[in-house]
Design a protein around this ligand. Structure first.
Ligand code: TXA
Ligand code: MG
Length: 346
């Protein structure tokens, strides 16, 4: 008998356990499963009642659409229609992988999956367990990140248990997610491909594959475009106040030290987010490592009841764009050190 906590089964990644997980999905239940990005909270995408339970378990606003996960590029045709040439180029290059494509929704798919939008986001995760679960279930699996709405996304099964024990049927135990930030959400329904949420696949890689410009919603270079529905919520946030320090690296570091000193002298508990600040200024921040540990660090600092998290900006190339996007969303304040002057941004 697998272990269970308050009615939530803890399953292994072996075949019989995954069969059990697939049966739960087929009976309209909820199973949290690992992917290369973050843990997903899965239900049969074809079953509107099961999909509705995802929104309830997470406490997710009803206007925030889910991502549909497939086990094979060919399955894309069952959930989306009118696929443009670009979609084929991208799936060939990046699937399985951390890229969700927003395409016109197939008629047979329940509207609730995409919160009533005419489009649907689809991806094929690069994780053996996730792929086997989808295959064994025989249906595409709708899955948002497996956290309570407003909490940082889960990158370990323990994070899932912290948030959802007793609210879902099962969690599959696996190693921590390797990418650590969510997939890139790319809208292919307009003229220009548009990144609605930066993630595991970089803008540079997308542009190289498509041979055209890829826009990023919310960046100054592409004003006026709405972000993906989910991005308007205060997401990805720890409980502590997060102060993001931007500007010249050495001046940044001096300000971080000064802020830490000031807050500590007020009796507050201070935590550092970026390894460069925690270790040594000379050590270059490895953006991949920061991405992989970002949510774990935020959750750990909350457990340690840290009051103020100090973070430094990183370059917005490669995965850095996704990390900075999450840091800006989590930040309660951004301070920019320029030429000797301190500018408060919010
Ligand atoms: O890496 C990931 O994407 C993870 C794993 C589990 O696959 N999933 C994930 O799902 O992060 P979630 O629900 O936490 O984020 C989905 C994002 C939201 O910002 C949502 O608004 C956007 O994708 N999205 C989903 N469908 C959309 C659509 N049809 N149009 C625009 N944005 C959409
Ligand atoms: Mg999420």
């Amino acid at each position: 008998m697998p272990a269970s906590i308050k009615g939530t089964l803890l399953l292994d990644e072996n075949h019989p356990s995954l069969k059990k997980a697939a049966n739960i999905i087929n009976r309209g239940g909820l199973v949290a499963f690992p992917t290369e990005t973050v843990y997903g909270l899965g239900a049969a995408a074809t079953d509107p009642e099961a999909v509705n339970r995802i929104y309830e378990a997470k406490g997710r606003p009803a206007d925030n659409p889910l991502i549909v996960h497939v086990s094979d590029p060919a399955q894309l045709k069952t959930v989306a229609r009118d696929l443009p040439e670009k979609a084929f180029k991208l799936t060939e290059r990046f699937w399985p992988g951390p890229l969700s494509l927003v395409l016109p929704r197939a008629e047979g798919l329940p509207a609730l999956v995409s919160a009533g939008l005419p489009s649907v986001a689809v991806r094929m995760p690069d994780h053996r367990t996730a792929l086997e679960l989808i295959r064994l279930s025989g249906v595409p699996i709708a899955a948002p990140s497996a956290n309570r709405s407003g909490k940082p996304s889960p990158t370990t099964y323990r994070h899932v248990l912290e948030d959802l024990t007793g609210r879902i049927e099962a969690v599959i135990k696996s190693a921590p997610c390797s990418v650590g930030v969510e997939s890139t959400v790319l809208d292919l329904t307009g003229e220009t491909p548009l990144i609605l949420r930066p993630g595991g696949v970089s803008r540079e890689e997308l542009e190289e594959t498509l041979g055209c410009r890829v826009a990023v919603a919310g960046l100054k270079s592409f004003p006026g475009k709405p972000l993906s529905p989910g991005m308007k919520y205060r997401h990805y946030s720890p409980r502590a106040a997060l102060i993001l320090v931007a500007g010249h690296p050495e001046k940044r570091f001096a300000l971080v030290k000064a802020l830490a000193y000031r807050y500590r002298s007020l009796g507050l508990k201070v935590g550092y987010l970026n390894p460069s600040i925690r270790d040594d200024l000379k050590q270059k921040v490895d953006p991949e490592r920061l991405a992989a540990t970002l949510y774990e660090l935020m959750r750990r600092m909350d457990q340690q009841e840290i009051d103020i998290i100090l973070a430094e900006e990183i370059e917005i190339t490669g995965i850095g764009l996704a990390v900075m996007n999450r840091l800006k969303k989590a930040a309660t304040r951004t301070l920019r050190v320029g030429s000797g002057k301190l500018q408060r941004k919010s």
